[in-house]
Structures are given as structure tokens and as C-alpha cells.
Design a protein around this ligand. Sequence first.
Ligand code: FRU
Length: 487
Amino acid sequence: MNKIIDANEFIRRNKEKLNQRYRLKYHLMGEYGWINDPNGFIQFKDNYHLFYQHYPYDAVWGPVHWGHAVSKDLVKWTYLPVALAPDRDYDRDGCFSGSAIEKDGKLYLFYTGNIYTEKDKNNNYKQVQNMAISEDGVVFEKYGKNPIIDVAQIPDDASKKDFRDPKVFFIDDIYYLIIGSNDTNGHGQVLMYKSHDLEKWEFVNTLIKGTEETGTGWECPDIVRFDDKDILFVSAQHMRHNGSYFKNIHASIYFIGELNADEGKFAYTDYYLVDYGFDFYAPQTTVDKHGRVIMVAWMNMWDTDMVTNSLGHNWAGAMSLPREVVKIGEKIYFKPISEIAKYRKNEYSLQGIELNGEVNLETNGICYEIDVEFEPQNAYEFGVKVFKGKSEETVLSYNCRERLFSFNRDRSGIGPKGERRAEVELIDGRLRLNIFVDVSSVEVFINGGEKVMTGRVYPDSQSVNISLFSNGLCKVVNFKKWDIGLE
Ligand code: FRU
């Protein structure tokens, strides 16, 4: 039995059974069934390649494969055949997350093989690191000597079970591989390995250790190097709640610091949330041929209701809009990739409006971008409502007194509810929002991407209106809306 052929055949035979209602129009999803983390994100030859954790047979997580799509512009994606299936002893219960690198014109994938060791799967498993190679970026051959890193190479003070999600990168002629781990006492950590040939790996050090605050285990580590600072990303399980922040059970966070690759140490000063919304996990970055650092994440969250599965729509999971990661001064910004602008259609604009109360706009939709700048006068609260209907609305608002921006989905429709907040300061008295709405997703880039909030919502098909509102006087300096259309 060839599990890749089986998976592709199954998808081909079943994809007509998808319920399209909440399918997104300009975000990548699986062709059928379940997807989670982005994997192997890379620009290889003429295409951006994005792989993803994929269980094609049902809209729930199961023995994961690597789904695969390519794009020239990070917006319009074409599906390729499933790239990896769990078909060997060393990955028989799942080809877990990992990364890609190009060497001598070939594409190398690094991924975790998940293996259950006894019936009680929650507690009895091991995870090893594997490699697969492709000449053409379509068909992958698993390396003959997998695993490339086995359980015996895990240091003593690290979990022998949770050892997953290799990210490979290259510095000064040496390949490094960082991997998610925990110290078995409820703290996340990242382990670092090195290699000269991608085949033989040696342990360097525990790169960074978390605290009581930063979750019980770390997944999907990633690193981005800027001229004078390095950024380390991890997906932290069971983050502690902290005031308005870290309300999600799990969170993607980043540390700003310095990597010492020789010693395998990452010294940091502080950490932050990558996204202040509800649904953004397991982000992965790549540096493209223009030198841009681009990030994509799973636009869902573990341990929350997957609405499209509950509804029987035969799919679950989507990718975020790719974001550019930019360092400006000492701060990290996340910006929507510029390519999205070429899909703008039907511009609608307003200028110099004095808002006091709520105004329904003469435009609507479920698939669009908004760029708006507010200048509050004596308003204490103002914002935008999207997916507005008879009794539904998704509210994006700023509270001037508390200096908090909120994304509220209590009345968004069906699905998980709640509010997420982010501390935001006005810039020269103004708040700028760049909002991306796509059928069942909302991504808000605040003040040029200083903070971002992402969430999934499942409104009624009649809830298509948009309004601007203010309690007290607020100027809308500029408002633009474009439909986003890929056809
Ligand atoms: C993160 C994660 C990874 C793992 C994958 C399994 O979302 O738990 O640690 O490799 O999902 O699908």
C-alpha cells in the first residue's frame, strides 16, 4: 500500500463533498479534511512552497501527513500532491511538523516522526527527527538512514518524549537545527544540534529555557536573525494567564535577544505575544529571495471548537495571511505581505467624517480589506464593526481611557466567543487599522503592525454589513475598503 497515493486518491474522490460556506477566499486551507501547523515554508526555485500538517481522511487531527501547496505571490496557492505520509517505522503515527532548506539545488525537508509506544497514546510515545529529499520540489524521498536524530541524542535534562518540530538554518558553513522540548518539570525549552552535511547531527546545547510563566512545553521553535538582534519564536503550551494577555490556552511568543550559535545559547531580555487575538499558532518563517522575512501561522487554536468540523463541513484549519516580520528600531512589526494589494478591487473611500454614534456604510462584504485612520476628539471609545447583521457583529474597538484595543466576538455568530485586548498607544493622536476579512477570519494590523490580532468567526450569511462607531466625537481621517478577489 502506498499511503501517499491513498491520500491523494481519497482527496480527489471526496473534495466535492466539502461544504463551501465558511471556506476562505484568499487564505490557504487544506483541500479536504484537517490541517494544522505550516511546515517547510521556503522559496525554492520559482515558487514559494508551503507544506502543512494534514489529516486528509477526516476534519479532525489524526496520523498527520504533509499537505503541500505552491504559490508565486503568497496569496494564490496551487495544491500539489501530499508530500509525506506516515508510512515508515520511524514516523508510523505521524509526520509531525518541521522545516525545509535548499542544498545543492535540492529541497530537504526535516520533520518529526511520531511513534506511539503503547496503547495509552497520551503518555506513551517517542519522537525522532527525519529527513526527506526532493529534486523537483514535488516528489520527496525519505532518507535511507532515518532517523537523523534519535532519542539517544536527547540530553539528560530534557523530555525523552516531547522532542519535535525541527527548524534547520545555516550560519557560517554550519547547519543548525533547533527543536521544541521541555525539561520534564513543566518548563519549555529549545534544544540545538549542528551538522556539516545535514546527515550527522551532534547536540550543541539547550539553547533557551522557559520560566513558570512561559508554558509547560514548547513546540515549533523558529529563529529570525536581524543585523543586531535575533528573534526566537516558540509555541508555548499552557501559558499562564497574565492580566489582559495570554488568555488563550496556548500562545505563540517571541524572545528578543542574541544567538550565540557556537555555544548554543540564546540570551534574551524580554518576550512578547506574536499575535494578540484568538487564533494564531505554530508560526513559521522563511527568508525569501528579496531578503524579506515572511511568517505564516495556523489560524486556529488547539483545545477550541473547530466549527467547520462540528458543522460537518468536512474540513478544518486555515493558514493566516503571510506577514512580513520587520524590525524597526528596537521593535518588531508584522505587516501583511505587499502582494495582497494587487488583488484589491472596487475601492470605496470616505474622508474627513466626524463620527458621533454609529454609521452603517454603503458598502458591505465578507471578503475585503479596510485601511482606516481615526482621530478621537472627545470620544472615549470608537471602532469598526464587521460581519454586522440583525443580531450579529464582530467588534474591533479602541478604548481611549484604558488605551486598549479589543477584538470582541461575543456576537459574531456561532463558534467560540470572547474578547482579546492589546495595549495600544495612539500615534500623533491617531489610530490606524489595516483589517483583513475573509468569510470566517478577521486579521487586524494595528498602527502599522505594531500589534496584530487574529480570530476566526462564523457569522450568519446575512451578516455582511460594516459600520463605524464612536462614543463621543471622533474624526475618521481616512477610510478605504477594497474587495479582495483572486479570480
Ligand atoms: C503544534 C504541534 C506540533 C506537532 C504538530 C502535530 O501545533 O503540536 O508540536 O508537530 O502540531 O500535528
